[in-house]
Structures are given as structure tokens and as C-alpha cells.
Ligand binder design. Sequence first.
Ligand code: SAH
Length: 251
Amino acid sequence: MEVEFDQHYLKDNSVITKAIENSFISDKDIILEIGPGEGILTREILKKNPKKLIAIEIDEKHKSHLDNLSQENLEIHFGNALDILPSLHCDKIIANIPYGITEKLYSIILEKKIPLVTLLHGIDFYKNIIQRDTRWKYFVSSLYTVELLEEVPGTSFNPPTKVTSALVTLTIKEDFSAFDIFIQNLFQKRYRSLSNALLFSLVDTLKLSKKEAKAMIKDYDFSPLLLEQKVTQIKNQDVVSIIEQVRSIFK
Ligand code: SAH
């Protein structure tokens, strides 16, 4: 059961306080929590009196705990957050998430452009978005300013986690550069072939004709095999190299 639902309950109140403080909750906010578990974070979010808190929990064994929290501005859904989240509106996400869904959750967050997100997840994915040359680093930073609030040791959870975690906030940028907009476009088109994703991202971002954008792509001399593949199927190092080459247009 633990493995199936990644259940590691937070037991460090200072981490919860930090997550809440950095989410700047107001009575206008619709907040979403993924995996409330027994409700340790849920309770603290409710104390800040948001307009609404929507909590999505997959495991019905937590129903009795969560029912105890029942109040008018709390809406609890039982089900898989990855299925439910795409059709919900929210202003902010605050969650100690099940680590197994980190990457899929980031995709949904980027698609929905949620203004402020405070997440606790494995440090490895944090390194992906900030240090390592991965597509995630480009995708996330095209939309958000990323801040590491704290590194949280495995012993802060019950049962303890094997890996260290990162408490991270993503704050949507106030201004986007043309390059940011190009990368956001590329992300939205990641299920298309590289050639189409590049073509339409350049057309949209630089307001070019298709003919002009095609000529531009041809000049890069990318391998025809790569151009046929979907962006999601291309290796990180190739995606990064392509992005870095195209970046010169935006300088
Ligand atoms: N937020 C709580 C629990 C964290 S453990 C705390 O900090 O103590 C992760 C929680 O996410 C568990 O309650 C688990 O049942 C739930 N969960 C796992 N996969 C999920 C999914 N796909 N959708 C919604 N909840 C999920």
C-alpha cells in the first residue's frame, strides 16, 4: 500500500509553516491540495481561510480523518489527482505530493499555468529543473521563477523517505521574454513532431509566415530523423542542443 500510493506523512511542523507562509493565502484564493492524507497540511491551509480548498486524495482510508475537517470552504474529491486536476480551476497548489507523480503533475501545472505552486517533492526533480540540462529546466523556467525554500531530510516523514526532499515554490513570471514564449509554445506542442513543433512555435512567437519559419529551420541542418520524432520521444541532450541552437534567434 505504501509503495502504491507513495504514502509518507509529514511530521515536521516547521516545513508546513514554511509552505503556508510562502503561499500567501488570501480569502480570494481557490487552493488545491494533492494527497491530503490525514490532513496535517490541509488543517493549516484552512486556518488561513481561503475562499475554497479543493483536496484530492486517492486513498479512501483517509475519509474519516478528512471528514473531521469538514467545513463550508473545503471540497474533498476521492480519486486520482492526475485525472481530476486537468478539469479544475485553481489559483494555487500547496502539497506534499506522492513523488511518483511528480513529472506528470509538472506537465499539468505547466499546461494550466497555475499562478503559484508550493510543492514538496524529491530533490532529484528539483535538480532537474534548476541544475541539470534537461527539457524540464527550460519548460519550467519559461513560465516560473523557481525558489528552493528548504531541503527536507527523509526523517521529517513517517515512514521516513530514502531520498531528501525539496520544498519548492513556483511563481509565475510577470514578464515573458520572446524566448520564454517560444519555449512555452514548444512545451504545448511537445506531442507533435519536432519539425511541426518548431515550425508552429516560431510562427506563433515571431509572427513569421510558415515559409519563413521553414527556411529558418532548414538552415539549422537538424537531422531529418530527429525532425520526424515527437518532442516527447527525443533524448534530453538532443532537445537541449536544439533549443540552444534556436536560442540564438532570440538574442
Ligand atoms: N499531504 C500528506 C500526505 C502525503 S503522502 C502529508 O503531508 O502528511 C502522499 C499522499 O498522496 C497520500 O495520502 C496518498 O494516498 C496520496 N496519493 C497518492 N497518489 C495519489 C494520486 N494519484 N492522487 C491523489 N492522491 C494521491
